[in-house]
Write a protein that binds this ligand. Structure first.
Ligand SMILES: [Zn+2]
Length: 87
């Protein structure tokens, strides 16, 4: 999959290919169809808070493409939106 990743302080960010994820037992994998890069992403890059290789963009929508073994109540192909920060 393609992802916007933090490279380093000199380069900043770049779009690159990363391995497709597989879900842990309590997780789903979402094929992202839309993703925003917001002020939090910009500030984390500007303030040196990103680790090299960190994928940016934490508000996104798409469809579930894989479910972990413990996941119930969600289905393959289901449209979802996520903001994985916070509680
Ligand atoms: Zn945000």
């Amino acid at each position: 999959m393609r992802a916007v990743r933090y490279v380093d302080a000199e380069v900043g960010t770049a779009v690159s290919e990363v391995p497709d994820p597989s879900p842990g037992p309590d997780e789903v994998v979402i094929s992202v169809e839309a993703c925003g890069l917001c002020g939090s992403d910009v500030h984390s890059v500007q303030n040196g808070q990103c680790a090299p290789g960190q994928i940016l963009g934490h508000e996104f929508s798409g469809r579930i493409v894989a479910l972990g073994s413990n996941v119930t109540g969600w289905s393959d192909g289901q449209a979802v939106a996520a903001s994985p920060l916070g509680s």
